[in-house]
Design a protein. Structure first.
Length: 255
């Protein structure tokens, strides 16, 4: 039986602008000795039917003799023109399921509490929904699902940014990210606690400590530029506070 693998996450190298590599197919054993094989295609390739046929023969040669379903999922920006199989009269009649994400209703993916499904929803048909509303929902739902997992959130946002190019939705993703950073800083517990401590002590040192706590808390979620704008500080001041905090942590670790 072929070993399961996953295709949902593209392999993204180095820079944020790198194009995803859709080179892996997904082979997933299912019930009653059946098998499901899927592949994502980002463009219309004339040799794709032959590639799908090769996947079919490889799975059979690997020893799977039960039912086998194959799916090709097209996510490209151009209109789908690839055929769903090969037909040579009297010689070959080979077909697989071809899914055009342009034609898939996004509602089915949006209701799932699954980051992979949410990211893929950006490729679907939005129907009568406004693109900005759908993209904003995806971004905010990702934030809710991933919580404090900042690394995971950034990974999914990178995938969303890349996939959005296929639907010319980069501006909507950027706006949704911007909206996510519009935090009412004065309502943050760290803001109130930090500055109250400074006011209670009535000392400049206390005020600086309170401000530093706010800056460090915000830097765990936002970039230096966003923090400087929210707090009315210069970028240099934010960087100085951040560096001072790192030095304090290092000194504490040594002790």
């Amino acid at each position: 039986m072929p070993r399961p693998s996953s295709y949902w996450r593209p392999k993204i190298s180095g820079s944020k602008t790198a194009e995803p590599t859709w080179s892996r197919a997904c082979v997933q054993p299912t019930a009653k000795n059946s098998c499901c094989m899927s592949r994502i295609a980002n463009d219309n390739r004339s040799d794709m039917p032959l590639r799908m046929l090769r996947y079919y023969s490889d799975i059979r040669l690997a020893g799977h003799s039960g039912p086998l379903k194959q799916f090709l999922i097209y996510i490209g920006s151009d209109r789908l023109t690839m055929p769903a199989g090969l037909a040579e009269p009297g010689l070959l009649d080979y077909h697989y399921e071809l899914i055009d994400m342009h034609q898939v209703d996004c509602a089915g993916l949006l209701v799932q509490d699954n980051p992979d499904a949410l990211v893929l929803a950006v490729l679907c048909d939005f129907g009568d929904r406004r693109p900005q509303e759908v993209v904003t929902y995806i971004v905010h739902r990702l934030r809710e699902l991933l919580g404090t997992n900042e690394r995971g959130f950034r990974e999914y946002m990178t995938m969303l940014e890349i996939l959005s190019k296929n639907r010319d939705l980069q501006a909507q993703v950027k706006e949704a990210e911007h909206m996510l950073t519009q935090i009412d800083v004065e309502q943050l517990p760290s803001f109130a606690i930090g500055f109250e401590r400074g006011e209670e002590k009535g000392e400049e040192k206390g005020e600086e400590k309170g401000r530093a706590q706010v800056v460090h808390r915000l830097l765990s979620r936002l970039g230096v530029t966003e923090v400087s704008k929210l707090l009315g500080l210069s970028v240099e001041e934010v960087e100085h506070i951040a560096a001072a905090g790192s030095d304090d942590d290092s000194a504490h670790d040594r002790h």
